[in-house]
Design a protein around this ligand. Structure first.
Ligand code: ADP
Length: 154
């Protein structure tokens, strides 16, 4: 069984994240969505809320598990029998950060590889922070986030 971990802040999850997640599900038998629990980073939603919003959005897909952890992603992956990490790439601006992160993870454990999926054209502008900004200004974001997020933004 091929298992991958899709780590991120998911603060909150967007349709951009969900697109990457669904595409990862066609490549792996199981995908574990890992919400990073970083108490030093300020967030819009609590870890518990972020996990709950993702669980509601994936709607009992048997291939997907959702959890949170505050440790190293590669250690989590190893412990759960995962061989790959999933990350999404939007603009060139994502590249530098993602390349550094993937290289650091490779340094920690070269057996865990990172797989990058390119954002779909219509989702390249979606980020958790842009959702928060637009929602605060009263923009209708219903086409950009799942219903579980929309109801909490209101
Ligand atoms: P992090 O704080 O770890 O970067 P994010 O929740 O912001 O967590 O993002 C998690 C992953 O999902 C990152 O690899 C990011 O590039 C990717 N991602 C975020 N938004 C999109 C999108 N609209 N399309 C494709 N990938 C995305």
């Amino acid at each position: 069984m091929k298992v991958a971990v899709y780590p991120g802040s998911f603060d909150p999850i967007t349709n951009g994240h969900l697109d990457i997640l669904n595409r990862a599900c066609s490549l792996f038998d199981k995908v574990i969505v890992l919400v990073a629990n970083n108490p030093h980073k300020s967030s819009n939603f609590s870890v518990e809320d972020r996990v709950e919003m993702i669980k509601e959005a994936v709607n009992n897909n048997p291939k997907i598990e959702v959890t949170s952890d505050s440790g190293l992603t590669v250690e989590f992956a190893k412990k759960h029998g995962a061989t790959h990490l999933i990350r999404g790439l939007r603009a060139v601006s994502d590249f530098e950060y993602e390349f550094q992160l993937a290289s650091a993870n490779e340094f920690i454990d070269s057996k865990i590889d990172t797989v990058f999926l390119m954002a779909r054209g219509d989702k390249t502008f979606i980020s958790s922070s842009s959702i928060i900004t637009m929602a605060k200004q009263g923009v209708d974001v219903s086409k950009l986030v799942p219903a579980s997020v929309l109801k909490r933004l209101k």
